[in-house]
Structures are given as C-alpha cells and as structure tokens.
Design a binder for this molecule. Structure first.
Ligand SMILES: [Zn+2]
Ligand SMILES: [Zn+2]
Ligand SMILES: [Zn+2]
Length: 150
C-alpha cells in the first residue's frame, strides 16, 4: 500500500469510528469512491467499488450508503426525474443546480449556510427545519449545443 492510499484508508477509518460505525472494507471502499467527488448513482458507485473489492453485491452497497447517510457521512439527493445519487459533501445544506438537458448536477453553496435557508410567510403551524431548493437550467455544454443547433 503506498503512502497516498494509506492516507485515504486511515481517514476513512477515522471518519467511520468518529460516527460510531464499524470499519468494514465495503464501507471504506464506498467512502473512498464518494471522496472522489460528484453526485453518483448507485450503479456507478457499485462499479467503482467492485474495481477496489472483489465481490460486493448491489444490496451491500445500498446498505452501506444507507448507513453512511444516516451517520451524516454521505448525502442522498434525488432530483425529479433522476435516480437517487449520493455524494460525500454532507451536512452543509448546500443546494444543487440540475441541467434540464443532460442531467448534470453541480453544487451551489447556500447563501445562509444553515437549514431552512428560506422562511415561508406562513408555515401553517409547522416547525420548519428544511427548505428543499433545487435550481434548474441548462449547463454550459447544453447551452453550446443549443447555439450550434440554431
Ligand atoms: Zn447539460
Ligand atoms: Zn452536492
Ligand atoms: Zn440555501
């Protein structure tokens, strides 16, 4: 194991232990995949985990993602019309901008930083703890494609 890889592994172990989770190879592998960044579908996560470990079932990956999400180590998002995606960036109440053309997703920092970042005029007596904000539009690639088609 080289120094770089060892660093990643020990960080993953510390993360799991800090949340009271047992350290397992599938959990470390999923954390490592998510640490690579992006908003990944389960199929993609499973493919990358299998490149690191010999055999991992899709159900095992779902179980790991569930445990990591409950522990606040990953975040599950599900934009309308897209399968669920997971990311390592959790707990900072950031939002997403989603491309209507190709489904590309990018992070948008929350201006306020903590949920709920919008206050409804009336909440009908509800105690509001989150505003789910998703921005929709066209990514730069799809904008360029649209211009080329004109
Ligand atoms: Zn696009
Ligand atoms: Zn994100
Ligand atoms: Zn916000």
């Amino acid at each position: 194991m080289d120094a770089c890889c060892h660093y990643v592994m020990s960080t993953g172990e510390e993360l799991l232990r800090s949340r009271g989770l047992r350290v397992t190879r599938p959990r470390l592998a999923v954390l490592d995949v998510l640490a690579g960044g992006g908003h990944l579908e389960v199929d993609e996560i499973t493919r990358r985990v299998r490149a690191r470990l010999d055999s991992v079932s899709t159900q095992a990956v779902y179980d790991v993602l569930g445990a990591l999400s409950r522990a606040g180590l990953s975040r599950r998002i599900e934009p309308a019309g897209s399968p669920a995606r997971y990311e390592a960036r959790a707990g900072d109440n950031h939002h997403h901008v989603v491309c209507r053309g190709c489904g590309e997703i990018a992070d948008v920092d929350c201006a306020t930083g903590s949920a709920p970042c919008l206050d409804p005029n009336t909440a009908h007596g509800f105690e509001v703890d989150e505003a789910e904000v998703t921005f929709w539009g066209l990514c730069p690639t799809c904008q360029a494609r649209r211009s080329a088609d004109d």
